[in-house]
Design a protein around this ligand. Structure first.
Ligand code: NLE
Ligand code: FE2
Length: 305
């Protein structure tokens, strides 16, 4: 089914918004950034071998069809070392800095320092935990397509590794971010429902609503923190996958503000570095209630069911 949306100011022709009926109709081929082309400020910009590797891994995602086995990547010893460094530093911080739900889910995935997990294997474990699956993607997707995927319990995931010169932080998604930052949280049913509520709200949303939902997603799923027995703990994947940012959060110098999906969300950018402000949830159940109410306000009468 389709809905008409208000057109952009520059055009007088109204655009048609396609509402996908299944994950097969969600296009993962429109890559906006962080694909094979790296910007000048990327640590891998002058590293030809790194860039070629990215192209090869991106092509695997481009050729993949939903339901097919996700091809395994034979990660190089250098890539495995980056994964191992990130995992061991993060593991040291998780007991004190990550939320209880994350720490409870992490062991399900058996992450080891000497092996980069394969998307296919992780997707199977995730599916058993909460019904979610992983679909490979070549780089940063169009926000509408990415958010639409969440409605069908699909998480689009990159498969390449961050550059070896900066294991502590990368501005872009990579396999460390997806598998350590996102996947364990998605194994938690209440959290997963919260993410799905954002996805459902995005189906047929107009451009303005998509942009608002992108920020709602950014300040919760990517960079959210939760209050736990009076302390602030990370649940946002962008914090949980970066040992630089996780330490920064733990230092308590960033500003904290209550999360409210109805209010205007601050500007967001991949180029901001560590966040200077985190939005706080009181619990995932509260977050779920808030997001369901918000979704209902833009899509009256529609729910995930
Ligand atoms: N800064 C995160 C990391 O280094 O893992 C990635 C964030 C992607 C939005
Ligand atoms: Fe992410």
């Amino acid at each position: 089914s389709t809905a008409t949306a208000p057109s952009k100011a520059s055009s007088s022709v109204p655009s048609i918004i396609k509402i996908p009926r299944s994950i097969h109709e969600v296009d993962n081929g429109k890559i906006l950034g962080f694909g094979a082309e790296l910007s000048e400020d990327h640590p891998g910009f002058h590293d030809e071998a790194y860039k070629q590797r990215r192209v090869m891994i991106a092509n695997i995602a481009r050729q993949h069809e939903v339901g097919e086995f996700i091809p395994r990547i034979d990660y190089t010893p250098e890539e495995v070392a980056v994964w191992g460094t990130a995992l061991s530093k993060l593991k040291a911080l998780f007991p004190s800095h990550a939320c209880a739900e994350f720490n409870a889910a992490l062991p399900k995935f058996n992450f080891r320092e000497d092996e980069v997990p394969q998307l296919q294997d992780i997707s199977e474990v995730l599916q058993q935990s909460s019904g979610w699956q992983v679909r490979p993607v070549a780089g940063l997707m169009h926000p509408r397509d990415f958010l639409n995927g969440l409605a069908f319990k699909y998480f689009h995931s990159t498969q390449y590794m961050r550059h070896a010169s900066k294991p502590h932080y990368t501005p872009e998604p990579d396999v460390v971010h997806e598998l350590i930052g996102h996947v364990p949280m998605l194994a938690n049913p209440t959290f997963a429902e919260m993410v799905q509520a954002i996805g459902v709200a995005s189906l047929g949303a107009d451009e303005k609503q998509i942009w608002h939902l992108t920020k709602v997603y950014w300040y919760t799923v990517e960079f959210g923190v939760v209050r736990e027995a009076g302390e602030i703990k990370a649940f946002g994947s962008g914090i949980l996958s970066s040992f630089g940012e996780l330490e920064h959060m733990g230092q308590g110098r960033a500003e904290l503000a209550p999360f409210d999906p109805f209010s205007t969300q601050p500007k967001m950018s991949y180029k901001d570095g560590y966040q200077r402000r985190y939005f706080v949830l009181d619990s995932f159940q509260t977050g779920l209630d808030q997001l369901r109410q918000f979704a209902a306000s833009i899509k009256p009468g529609v729910s995930a069911r």
